[in-house]
Write a protein of this length. Structure first.
Length: 167
């Protein structure tokens, strides 16, 4: 009876506080990729953002050197930062180093995947397939689970909504 009660409590907490739909963990060599997700885009949007965690369980650094997706003409790793009160966002040149024994979070307000020239805006409930390329771990297929546009806290990045609106 105690096991059943504990199981029901865990299930209740998972449903109540949410386990990301489509939460996924993929391992390739020493690299572990977890929780790839993206925000739904507004109709007509051409730019979308993707987020995930990358853990390097190895003893040597690896580097994320590329990303492709059939859903976008171009996909890049970008970094957003605020300097002297001004927000800047730019592509990460020469790839993103994943230090040995560390986790790098790609999230709003920092490093993230930028999907550009998206033909069909991402919709809540679908997945966006992509392939990440690492120097050592090679190519890794992932699926970004698309959540509602307001599902994640809006911080300085504002879900890229200002950039996504048709002109």
């Amino acid at each position: 009876m105690k096991k059943l009660t504990a199981l029901l409590a865990i299930l209740f907490l998972a449903v109540t506080f949410g386990v990301p739909a489509g939460a996924q963990t993929v391992t390739a060599g020493d690299i572990e990729i977890s929780n790839p997700h993206a925000r739904a885009m507004v109709p007509g949007a051409k730019v979308g953002g993707g987020y995930l965690s990358i853990t390097n369980k190895g003893k040597a650094d690896d580097k994320l050197v590329g990303i492709i997706s059939t859903r976008a003409k171009s996909s890049e790793i970008h970094q957003m930062s605020v300097n002297n009160g001004f927000m800047t966002m730019r592509a990460v040149a020469d790839g993103l180093v994943i230090p040995a024994g560390q986790t790098i979070e790609l999230k709003p307000g920092g490093y993230h995947v930028m999907f550009t020239d998206v033909a069909e805006p991402f919709k809540q409930g679908e997945t966006v397939k992509a392939t990440l390329t690492f120097e050592k771990a090679g190519q890794v297929d992932v699926e970004f689970a698309v959540s509602g546009a307001n599902a994640m806290k809006m911080d300085g990045h504002s879900g890229m909504s200002d950039m996504s609106k048709p002109q």
